[in-house]
Design a protein around this ligand. Structure first.
Ligand code: NDP
Ligand code: BG6
Length: 486
């Protein structure tokens, strides 16, 4: 039986409360997103934005700090829009784990619909939900937005989800994976399901393997307090990378409704082959950056940033296998890391080699199997590598001819959170992660983490500015493949 999409609720949200309003995410992503929505006239005129954190601050200082962050952005500030936007801003000091602070907030909000955005460490999500409920803030008029990672493992994620479910109906819960808000990630669904060209080839008969790379040049920097407890496996693979894998691997959903798509992603997660300690050494690599040079600049090691030794990985490469009819025998290679040589989020679908070449020995070395490369950032384009004949009178020689489609229309690229805010306001859950998705992803990740623990697999060093430890290359070589463009 088909699961029904939760009914979208036409509640007018009058206040967005950002818990963690003085943090990195709020400053770099959430407040700029809201400002840009205001710039485009997309925020309801009477919407208020309430920042909240434990630090004492009055409204004027909070508005000043938001001004500082927005004015420092390359886009600059529009005076008229800032006037309108700043009039929406207020600050309420509160510890979200304590009852008294939330009482003040409840007085501010009254009976109106509110969106509570938890831009906080996941370790306080459960307490926050309890206190919001105790303060009477979780009724039918409220929505809660939870940042990733939702927990640290399956158990903690279940505990948080249970607390959230006690306080809010599932249709009021929005679990963020900001990759789903990226235009390019949504394009993946269009590429697969709005074209007849690829779908007949999208399986183990035609595809040799899939590579998903999320490479960052930035280091962990000031975020080590959070990062050291999570590492790249929990920070990136559990959420963003598994979401990308699901979108590549899922069956065509019946429609584009939230639960139709999420049901298909869940089937992929259920088909992921569990990691065992016996496999982990051969199928995965953990790394941690040392000092080095990235984009021409010398950068410190992770342990220098942290101010002490650590066994947390800043790089992961692993092979995932999906045990179902479509993907049996097609490895998915995932790779993510900080302080890599370039910023690149890319999905490469490598098709199989020709079963037989008619072109003779001269052309043999030129032959490259077809490949579809989807670049999500920093460039947005799709390129299909096809073979063509080299011009000339000599023997037939072949050359690769990438057919490239740039998706960049020259306009400002929206921050993923802009779309996500609008969807929460509209009560549309399609680009948010369902509870079962989060828990299945954790179940698989727990298997990887446990295998690492059992094998005492500590992170191997890599120089900042390199593509990770040598093991990342060996992982590919063992399966007779190689990473693209290293
Ligand atoms: P930060 O450590 O920079 O900020 C945490 C914020 O939470 C601060 O404003 C802090 O202020 C506030 N805070 C901490 N404890 C409480 C409490 N008990 N009650 C109320 N406020 C509290 O974290 P980030 O902004 O980096 O991350 C927030 C969340 O967003 C995390 O879940 C993270 O995983 C997620 N995320 C972050 C991204 C990023 O790029 N930063 C990207 C994607 C997700 P104060 O100490 O004054 O209370
Ligand atoms: C966040 C991680 O979820 O995603 C960060 O916590 C990472 O560590 C970031 O840097 C990457 O997002 P984007 O949109 O810059 O690719």
């Amino acid at each position: 039986m088909k699961t029904q999409n939760p009914p979208s609720k036409s509640v007018a949200i009058k206040t967005i409360v950002i818990f963690g309003a003085t943090g990195d995410l709020a400053a770099r992503m959430l407040l700029p997103s809201l400002y840009f929505l205001d710039l485009d006239g997309l925020l309801p005129p009477d919407l208020r934005i309430m920042g909240s954190a434990r630090a004492p601050m009055d409204q004027a200082s909070y508005v000043n700090s938001v001004h500082e962050h927005l004015a420092a952005r390359p886009e600059g500030l529009d005076k008229v829009v800032w006037k309108r936007f700043s009039a929406r801003l207020d600050y309420c000091r509160a510890d979200v784990t304590q009852a008294h602070g939330l009482k003040d907030l409840a007085a501010h909000i009254g009976d109106d619909g509110a969106m509570f955005y938890l831009a906080l460490s996941p370790s306080v999500y459960a307490a926050a939900c309890e206190q919001l409920e105790a303060a009477g803030l979780t009724g039918g008029q409220s929505r809660i937005v939870l940042e990733k990672p939702l927990g640290h493992d399956l158990k903690s994620s279940r505990d948080i989800n249970a607390k959230v479910a006690h306080a809010f109906e599932e249709s009021s819960v929005f679990r963020v994976d900001h990759y789903l808000g990226k235009e390019t990630v949504q394009n993946l669904i269009a590429l697969r399901f709005a074209n007849t060209l690829f779908e007949p080839l999208w399986n183990n008969l035609a595809i040799d393997h899939v590579q998903i790379t999320v490479a960052e040049t930035d280091g962990v920097g000031d975020r080590w307090g959070y990062y050291d407890e999570y590492g790249a496996l929990r920070d990136m693979v559990q959420n963003h990378m598994l979401q990308l894998l699901c979108l590549v691997a899922m069956e065509p959903p019946a429609d584009s409704g939230a639960d139709s798509v999420r049901d298909e992603k869940v089937k992929v997660l259920k088909s992921l082959r569990a990691f065992t300690a016996a496999d982990a050494q051969a199928l995965s690599v953990r790394g941690q950056y040392r000092g080095g040079v990235v984009e021409g600049k010398s950068v410190p090691s992770y342990s220098e940033e942290k101010g002490g030794e650590s066994l947390t990985e800043t790089f992961v490469a692993l092979r995932a296998d999906i045990d179902n009819w479509r993907w049996a025998g097609v490895p998915f290679f995932l790779r993510t890391g900080k302080r890599l040589p370039e910023r690149r989020t890319q999905i490469a679908i490598q098709f199989k080699a020709l079963p037989h070449s008619i072109f003779g020995s001269a052309a043999k070395d030129d032959l490259i199997a077809n490949r579809l490369v989807i670049d999500l950032q920093p460039n947005e384009d799709i390129s299909l590598l096809l073979m063509n004949r080299r011009p000339g009178l000599a023997d037939v020689r072949l050359k690769a001819m990438p057919l490239s489609l740039s998706l960049d229309d020259g306009g400002r690229r929206r921050i993923a959170y802009e779309r996500l805010f609008l969807d929460v306001l509209a009560g549309n859950p399609a680009l948010f992660v369902r509870r079962d998705e989060v828990e299945l992803a954790w179940a698989w990740i727990d298997g990887v983490a446990e295998a690492w623990r059992n094998l005492s697999m500590t992170p191997k060093a890599y120089a900042a500015g390199s593509w990770g430890p040598p093991g990342a290359f060996a992982l590919m070589e063992r399966s007779g493949r190689e990473w693209l463009d290293d």
